[in-house]
Design a protein around this ligand. Structure first.
Ligand SMILES: NC(=O)C1=CN([C@@H]2O[C@H](COP(=O)(O)OP(=O)(O)OC[C@H]3O[C@@H](n4cnc5c(N)ncnc54)[C@H](O)[C@@H]3O)[C@@H](O)[C@H]2O)C=CC1
Ligand SMILES: CC(=O)C(=O)O
Ligand SMILES: [Mg+2]
Length: 604
């Protein structure tokens, strides 16, 4: 069924205004005839009105009957539902890929309709175009490849990028998601096949932040792969060479960043799924030079912090008790260290002390066990969280997860290890012995098979009263007696769209810790006490547009407060400074693109 009504009834008052007053403005198109039908940005399929068919030379190229947008929408949803019915009982991977294919075909053909069904059905479709199915798509990308999407810059393009960037057909690009494919979700090095991640993230940008799909650009930097299986795969579509390293690698990323900045100085670049060493290195290298951020380090940190603060509220304690929470983080990679860094900054602010003074509550575990100051070759990024063995009774360097849990009895166990099932029965039962009245388990690794535990196991072994969150979606758990174990999705999708949109509208030249902190605080305060008591830490993904508007406004206001906002288009710093909080949310909302067919006007 067509769902305008749901928009009108939703809490998103900005859309209501939009929906009631929107008369779509004309869209200039430099093509005619069949070229328009083959361009998904402009194509309306059978939806072209007769007058437009005349104006654009389309008469005779389509069946005569005009089908309304609403009818097209319903027809697609019917096809989708019958595909669901017809594939029932088949293996999950077959069903997931079939669903991805039907959506991808629409994406390739008619973007307006595609984004409309995505926005309306985000809860059902995010698991297909994003985690977990996007992981499967990346793993099989070379075989699934039919049409290119986004841009590919390879090591062979060195010296050419400044001109190549002009091959992109859109005049303006606002949002770029960039990967080198070296750590795709928890699936490791997938080389060029990792392009599925920027595509999926940017689909979320369009759906959640209303970034115009004509202004997004997914990018793959192909510097080779160290994945032997791919190197030996005759269908592999990327460079068949080992990954570039050191200065050679950095010179490729430098050249790309310079090229982007030259053509679109205001575009935001989101770094995604880079292996840890390059994730940290590139963040340090570019964060003061370009408007960029690393989603795995910074976006994830904000979402996790919001969840950690929500956990304190779920325990019925004041927020200041965050300082008393004992938190065990499993995984000392870009995501785990990003989370700890932001959590420690928050704790330090609350305690009014400097960074390292507040680290007693955190325990960090990696593949070699508990990280202490005795660790050989201790990574500098992990150093602030390394324990002094003298201060942790009986726990030695490299102590196992179970040893740490039995000793510490933490309030929170948070996994960002990429290792599926590492929170096994013994680990979860140990969490039952937590000193907290409401222990929290965050199994944040993606995709689903890499989650540290399933939702069902978490409630079964750690107890009904836990708070649970996972990076990929799980169904809520039936606990019997009419009780439900609520499953939260602790995924950076709650923040990155708002960070990108807020930064874009602010016109800031770079993205500061203050802007990221504002994003996290906004998400943390979004949930009501009533929901928190039920174990709900994050809002439903159904309201992702509304959340993103709020987060975007918080980021924008933080940029204004730091005197960094230069504005965008006709709304300059003076106008931004005078906007109230509500006006800023309204401004952000009114800048969100919404998929409706615009009248097309041909211009030579
Ligand atoms: N839910 C979300 O929003 C996000 C989830 N992630 C997920 O987090 C995972 C890790 O991502 P990154 O930190 O970027 O990866 P990474 O490769 O940088 O780090 C992985 C870390 O896990 C540790 N590890 C590996 N095996 C272990 C074991 N058996 N026991 C304890 N620790 C172990 C490694 O030593 C390393 O420190 C991935 O699965 C990714 O999908 C990442 C970003 C956001
Ligand atoms: C969600 C995400 O960014 C990741 O798993 O890498
Ligand atoms: Mg990621």
């Amino acid at each position: 069924m067509w769902k305008v009504v749901r928009f009108v009834e939703s809490k998103s008052w900005g859309w209501r205004r939009f929906m009631s007053t929107a008369i779509p403005g004309p869209c200039i198109v430099h093509k005619r005839g069949a070229d328009i039908l083959h361009d998904p940005w402009f194509n309306k399929d059978t939806g072209f009105p007769l007058t437009e068919r005349d104006r654009l030379g389309l008469r005779g190229l389509l069946p005569p009957r005009v089908i309304s947008f609403e009818q097209q929408y319903d027809r697609f949803m019917e096809s989708f539902r019958s595909l669901e019915k017809n594939t029932r009982g088949q293996p999950d991977s077959v069903v997931s890929l079939a669903k991805w294919r039907i959506l991808n075909r629409l994406h390739d053909r008619n973007e307006t309709l595609y984004y409309r069904v995505l926005i309306d059905n985000i809860k059902d479709f995010a698991p297909i175009i994003y985690t977990p199915t996007v992981g499967l798509v990346c793993q099989n990308y070379s075989g699934l490849f039919r049409r290119p999407r986004g841009m590919y810059f390879s090591a062979k393009d060195k010296g050419e990028m400044m001109s190549m960037i002009y091959n992109w057909p859109a005049e303006q690009v606002d949002m770029i998601v960039l990967t080198d494919g070296s750590r795709i979700l928890g699936l490791g090095d997938l080389g060029v096949q990792g392009i599925g991640i920027p595509i999926g993230k940017l689909d979320i940008y369009v759906a959640a932040a209303g970034i115009n799909p004509q202004r997004i650009l997914p990018v793959m930097l192909d510097v080779g792969t160290n994945n032997q299986r791919l190197l030996e795969d005759r269908l592999y579509l990327g460079l068949r060479q080992p990954r570039l390293e050191g200065e050679e690698y950095l010179s490729i990323v430098d050249e790309f960043m310079e090229a982007v900045h030259r053509r679109w100085p205001k575009a935001i670049v989101q770094f995604e799924d880079f292996q840890m060493k390059w994730a940290f290195e590139t963040l340090q290298r570019y964060r003061k030079r370009f408007c960029m951020f690393n989603d795995d380090i910074q976006g994830t940190a904000g979402v996790a912090l919001a969840g950690l603060l929500g956990t304190v509220r779920a325990q019925g304690r004041p927020l200041a008790d965050f300082l008393k929470q004992k938190i065990v983080v499993v995984g000392a990679g870009s995501a785990g260290l990003g989370v700890l860094t932001m959590a420690m900054q928050a704790a330090s602010r609350m305690a009014g002390v400097n960074g390292t003074a507040a680290n007693n509550q955190f325990y960090l575990i990696d593949k070699d066990g508990l990280v202490t100051k005795e660790r050989k070759n201790l990574d500098p990024a992990a150093a602030p969280f390394a324990k002094d063995p003298a201060g942790i009774d009986g726990l030695r360097e490299g102590a196992s997860l179970i040893e740490v849990l039995k000793k510490v009895k933490p309030d929170v166990l948070l996994g960002l290890s990429g290792v599926g099932g590492i929170f096994n029965e013994e680990v979860l039962k140990a969490m039952k012995e937590s000193t907290s009245n409401r222990p929290a388990i965050f199994a944040m690794s993606n995709p689903t098979k890499n989650a540290e535990c399933t939702a069902a196991d978490a409630f079964k072994y750690a107890g009904d009263n836990i708070v649970f969150a996972s990076g990929s979606p799980f169904e809520n758990v039936n606990l019997g007696n009419g009780k439900v174990g609520y499953v939260n999705q602790a995924n950076n999708m709650y923040l990155f769209p708002g960070i990108g949109l807020g930064a874009l509208l602010s016109g800031a030249r770079f993205i500061t810790d203050g802007m990221l902190q504002a994003a996290a605080e906004c998400l943390a305060s979004y949930i009501t006490d009533e929901d928190i008591q039920k174990g709900i830490l994050y809002p439903s993904t159904d309201s992702i547009r509304h959340i993103t508007a709020e987060v975007g406004a918080a980021v924008l206001r933080a940029a204004v407060a730091e005197d960094l906002a230069e504005g965008l288009g006709e709304v300059g710093p003076k106008e931004l400074v005078h906007m109230s909080k509500e006006e800023t949310v309204e401004y952000v909302t009114s800048n969100m693109w919404f998929p409706i067919y615009s009248p097309l006007v041909h211009e030579k």
